[in-house]
Ligand binder design. Sequence first.
Ligand code: SF4
Length: 196
Amino acid sequence: MEIERPEIASPHEIDVAEASRIEKLRESCQQPIPDPDSWLDEEISRNVLVTTVDYVLDWARSRSIFPLMFGLACCAFEMIGTAASRFDISRFGMDIFRWSPRQADLMIVAGTLTWKMAPAVKLVYDQMAEPKWVIAMGACAISGGTFRESYSVVPGINRIIPVDVYVPGCPPRPEGLIYGIRQIHGKIGKETIKRA
Ligand code: SF4
């Protein structure tokens, strides 16, 4: 019986086959394989580090608001009550109402704003340093309320200055104002030091 022998390639054929394999591999590897960890650098620079700094800054800022009291009518008494022991806004780091716009970053306008008073409100707002926020407390501050049609009343303080949070009511209770303050905290929490 005759034994079948495998074909033995010549050295030249082996060289040609090897060269062909190498050429195919070279053609399929024209692009470098992406660095599997490259996403990490981008992720850290874009999110982790900045988010952490943002979180700390926003938390510190929202828990150290210096409110500027702008009580103009009956709503002011509810604002004053909010600062008293029963409701105690010191819990939010808002220990003392400021009387100087240079020391305040949250203006609370509580009550009816007249056109005669409007320039003073605008001036005080302009004198506050950035970043700053405004709460319109009560129907009168929001829209002029009951006195909206009066010749002397500003129909909403947003005609004079930008408003961040509106607290409705006539007057709103201290819980309402505290809810508004919490909304301001939420707004501050979304701020970022990142440049757009
Ligand atoms: S909203 Fe009502 S309670 Fe507040 S200032 Fe106006 S009238 Fe007074």
